[in-house]
Design a protein around this ligand. Structure first.
Ligand SMILES: Cc1cc2nc3c(=O)[nH]c(=O)nc-3n(C[C@H](O)[C@H](O)[C@H](O)COP(=O)(O)OP(=O)(O)OC[C@H]3O[C@@H](n4cnc5c(N)ncnc54)[C@H](O)[C@@H]3O)c2cc1C
Length: 435
């Protein structure tokens, strides 16, 4: 169980009758589905909206992520500028930044105790190869910090510098997802848990053997849309420490609850929780043949141990403390790493956040609501709108390519540590992974 769910109660949702005419049926009770319902009901309180969730709300990635409400977008500006104007790319960044504040303001106004704190974020270089790469790829919204400036914020062993952005908040995602669902229920949205939905070829929603009647349908199941070439479920695993005494934070810093990561090729991320734990995550779990999901990939003992070892390398004082939680989940990665929000007039789908979905789902869902309600505003011109991602390769190429990329990322991190220069290996790998 994720740290977040061990600290968050799950209420019952009184759903009512499913067999009636709906304006919008949303399949998936994670952030994408729930924010979509939020934006729709905020625009038109008379809409009849049903959210169908196969398990419990937030049981997917939304209730078990790293709790970074960041302004990150999975692909870099240079790639987006090949297809979109500078204005559109800048507008995406601005709207992501504004979305963080909107999430914070929503939590405050609805009195959701999700420990939202906007302390910014540091991407920390622990060798000169990482630092060179960081300086060469710095994007809008970040500033470079020297070794001393970095250590004043976070005293990570071996840090040689970092990139800092004020645009990130740390939060407890399970508490936010439950608070959001309760708020929706109060505003008249019907939430049906333990309700598994499928889609007929004409995209009617089917539950059991019944067709659900609705003017519009939105598929918001992100990495659960598995077994296809449209996107891959890639597993991200996390661990959390016991609450740490104040003297530890006197030594390691993180006084403003900045989220942080090492600038490695194999993704890492961490936050100081409101109850003074460190919750730390990382990738490295293997991709499963055929883009399949497998629950056992969320609890790989070896990967959890690798993350604990990494955490103790960052902060050797952690050797004296226990790690009390270990969990994981899948993120959806498209072939070009771009997110998508598509709507054809009656059927819509959104996702492909590649691990950056806490804030992005808020914005993507707002854009989906605009499309459903046929609004023509700047949000409906953002890069992910009606974006058609290319397909992943067929097996066995996909299995070979993705698992080699995971292994080579680890090798590239070792190369940078040894040489002190940006990895040459990674320059060859980039065109293959598409990142
Ligand atoms: C370990 C981990 C760490 C992460 N850390 C971060 C982070 O720090 N910051 C960040 O921005 N992002 C992070 N992410 C990514 C982020 O959590 C996701 O992008 C985001 O939660 C996706 O929300 P969603 O609603 O689209 O998907 P989900 O939360 O997965 O929701 C989809 C829901 O659909 C339901 N469902 C699936 N199929 C059906 C069906 N047939 N019928 C009915 N319901 C169905 C599922 O049960 C699930 O509840 C992380 C992800 C993981 C796994």
């Amino acid at each position: 169980m994720s740290l977040w769910w061990s600290q968050t109660d799950h209420p019952e949702f009184a759903s009512g009758r499913l067999d009636q005419m709906w304006d919008v049926v949303i399949v998936g009770g994670g952030f994408s589905g729930l924010w979509c319902a939020h934006h729709l009901i905020t625009s038109d309180p008379n809409l009849k909206i049903a959210v169908l969730e196969k398990s419990t709300v937030g049981s997917g990635a939304s209730g078990r992520n790293g709790g970074w409400a960041s302004s990150l977008y999975p692909i870099d500006d240079a790639k987006m500028l090949k297809h979109f104007s500078q204005d559109i790319v800048s507008s995406l960044h601005t709207q992501l930044q504004e979305s963080i504040d909107a999430i914070g303001a929503f939590a405050e106004s609805e009195k959701i105790e999700c420990d939202f704190h906007k302390g910014g974020s540091l991407l920390i270089a622990r060798n000169h190869g990482q630092f060179t790469r960081l300086r060469e790829s710095i994007e809008e919204g970040y500033v470079i910090l020297s070794k001393e400036e970095t250590q004043a914020k976070i005293n990570m062993k071996g840090a040689v510098g970092s990139a800092f952005t004020p645009h990130c908040a740390a939060l407890n995602p399970a508490a936010l997802v439950v608070g959001l669902a309760l708020s929706l229920e109060r505003r008249g949205v019907s939430i049906f848990e333990n309700t598994f939905a499928t889609f007929s070829p004409d995209n009617t929603v089917i539950v059991g053997n019944r067709s659900i009647t609705s003017k519009s349908v939105v598929r918001a199941i992100e990495a659960y849309h598995a077994n296809t070439r449209e996107q891959l479920p890639i597993y991200s695993l996390m661990v959390a420490t016991e609450p740490l005494p104040d003297r530890i934070f006197d030594e390691i810093g993180i006084h403003n609850r900045e989220t942080f990561a090492e600038c490695a090729h194999l993704v890492t991320y961490a936050q100081r929780t409101a109850d003074n734990r460190l919750a730390i995550g990382g990738r490295g779990a293997p991709y499963i043949w055929g883009s399949r999901r497998k629950d056992s990939n969320e609890t790989l003992v070896g990967i959890h141990e690798q993350i604990r070892i990494m955490a103790r390398r960052w902060f050797p004082v952690l050797r004296d403390f226990e790690f009390t939680h270990a969990w994981g989940g899948a993120v959806a990665v498209t072939r070009d790493w771009a997110a998508y929000v598509r709507f054809d007039g009656t059927y819509g789908e959104l996702g492909g956040y590649a691990g950056d979905g806490v804030t992005l789902s808020y914005l993507a869902a707002a854009a989906m609501a605009d499309l459903v309600l046929q609004k023509e505003i700047p949000r409906t011109r953002l890069p992910f709108i009606q974006w058609k991602n290319p397909m992943w390769e067929r097996e066995p190429l996909r299995w070979l390519g993705v698992n080699s990329a995971i292994k080579l990322s680890e090798a590239a991190d070792t190369e940078e540590r040894i040489t002190g220069r940006p990895s040459v290996l990674m320059k060859f790998l980039a065109p293959i992974t598409g990142q």
